[in-house]
Design a protein around this ligand. Structure first.
Ligand code: G3P
Ligand code: MG
Length: 248
């Protein structure tokens, strides 16, 4: 399907980093936890390993979320496969691996779940990462009923994703809203703005909708705040609190 403002197919709640507070972020274990809480869509961070493999990892370095050391861009997939990406979180997840985008995509598709792939390039690899993620996402979700939503803070990465697989829906991530945010979204042919919820207001949401853009926001962990954002007409909220915020 082609995702447009009118045909927007995504649920109102998305699990952040695969539900990565209750389980180690950006792992299949986290997605299982989110799915067990009824979540149907998962945000995760995708970047390139040193040999070009697309893997799920937030940081550009391995230390925080694995037992490895150094840069993600400095290791091969084979080296990543030996790492423990679960013990840092808790003993219960010891041995959990770093998933590839292919592995995560296959698992999500098999379980009829949706994806928000955040393109999170290692420094200097913006265009390369955008293109690689988009091409792989196109192949992986070829026969899926709903395509993954690609998002990025990097306009360079989104532009490369657009060139590589223009049919995949895109959202521009924003920590703050520059004056020309609508023009920036339009230049990248985005279907949505994906903003830090702190910079949103009812008028901003209305303005986006008037401009034909859906509004996604991150990362909302307070149920009262989620309710207020719902009243403003938010289309989609990314949350860690899969145990406290209802999935839809
Ligand atoms: O995709 C939204 C959100 O994940 C952006 O922040 O740092 O958690 O990737 P971060
Ligand atoms: Mg992210």
């Amino acid at each position: 399907m082609k995702v447009t403002y009118e045909s927007w197919p995504y649920p109102r709640r998305v699990a952040h980093r695969g539900a990565g507070l209750l389980a180690p972020e950006n792992t299949l274990a986290a997605m299982r936890v989110g799915a067990a809480h009824g979540y149907r869509m998962f945000e995760f961070d995708a970047k390139l390993a040193g040999d070009g493999a697309v893997v799920l990892m937030h940081d550009a370095t391995l230390e925080r979320t694995t037992d490895g050391r150094g840069r993600v861009a400095g290791v091969t997939l084979g080296e990543l496969a030996k790492l423990d990406a679960g013990s840092w979180h808790s003993a219960q997840f010891a041995g959990e691996g770093v998933p590839t985008l292919a592995r995560a995509g296959a698992w999500l598709k098999a379980n009829r779940l949706m994806a928000n792939v955040e393109i999170k390039p290692c420094p200097g690899l913006e265009a390369q990462t955008g293109a690689a993620v988009a091409l792989e996402a196109r192949a992986l979700w070829r026969d899926a009923p709903v395509p993954p939503l690609l998002s990025s803070f990097s306009e360079e990465a989104l532009a490369a994703a657009k060139r590589a697989a223009p049919e995949l829906p895109r959202a521009l991530l924003a920590h703050s809203l520059p004056e020309d945010w609508i023009e920036r979204c339009r230049a990248l042919d985005c279907v949505a703005i994906d903003a830090n919820h702190h910079v949103l207001a009812a008028e901003v949401v209305a303005h986006a909708h008037d401009a034909g853009l859906r509004v996604v926001c991150y990362t909302v962990n307070d149920p009262d705040r989620a309710e207020l954002l719902d009243r403003w007409g938010l289309d989609c909220m990314i949350t860690d609190a899969v145990d406290r915020i209802d999935p839809d």
